[in-house]
Ligand binder design. Structure first.
Ligand code: PRP
Ligand code: URA
Length: 206
């Protein structure tokens, strides 16, 4: 299911990222902050266990998170969302999936993967700022499913209907969270209006 997280703070920060004059420092900082805000919204329904604890005053019934959370940034650009989420959920474990999109074919190529233990029972959050053709997201979901992941959420900043449809067709069990659903892809596979090349803007490589 697609969820577009409409929140004035998220949209304001995304607007700063979209501006072509925004430099690397502000681009990174806004991405970091949006990732944290999105994580807060997305984790509302996390499963919890009832526990009894003792405060300095008396015993009380409360709850704790029931499952591990594994964050899966798609390299490179997904790395820009890790800090913001780790600040909010310091116990997350982080997997890495390295994928790049061939500029001609737009097909994803895998160059790295590394996973923590326990992915089968964890809540898995795949993060990447951009959901364009959906090829990278579908490949990353295939990869974590191959490792046994069952409870998977895909968290992107900007998506387009083509990318959403690709993920929904290949993986109807995965919930998709976006900060904005943009209009379309251009002839080079870039999101319109989008924010340009996320990886290059985060790492200052262009
Ligand atoms: C970008 C982006 C996504 C992918 C989206 O990565 O971060 O991973 O493109 O496009 P898709 O939906 O059509 O697959 P890119 O391949 O440019 O690599 P980078 O993050 O290393 O720059
Ligand atoms: N990847 C990006 O970084 N930006 C786009 O617009 C599409 C894919």
């Amino acid at each position: 299911m697609l969820n577009v997280l409409k929140h004035p703070l998220i949209t304001h920060k995304l607007t700063q990222m979209r501006k072509k004059e925004t430099g690397t420092k502000d681009f990174r900082q806004n991405l970091d902050e949006i990732a944290g805000l999105m994580a807060y919204e997305i984790t509302r329904d996390l499963p919890v266990n009832a526990v009894t604890i003792t405060t300095p005053v008396r015993e009380c019934e409360t709850s704790e998170l029931a499952k591990d959370i594994i964050l899966v940034p798609i390299l490179r650009a997904g790395l820009g969302m890790v800090n913001g989420i780790c600040n909010l959920i310091p116990t997350v474990k982080v997997a890495h999936v390295g994928l790049y999109r061939d500029e001609e074919t737009l097909k994803p190529h895998v160059y790295f993967e590394k996973y923590p233990k326990g992915i089968e029972d964890a809540i898995v959050m795949i993060v990447d700022p951009m959901l364009a053709t959906g090829g990278s997201a579908v490949a990353a979901i295939d990869m974590v499913k191959q490792q046994g992941a069952k409870n998977i959420r895909l968290v992107c900043l900007v998506g387009v209907p083509e990318g959403v449809a690709a993920v929904e067709n290949a993986h109807p069990d995965v919930d998709i969270y976006l900060a904005a659903l943009d209009e379309k892809l251009n002839e080079k596979g870039y999101i319109v209006p989008g924010l340009g090349d996320a990886g290059d803007r985060i790492f200052g490589t262009k």
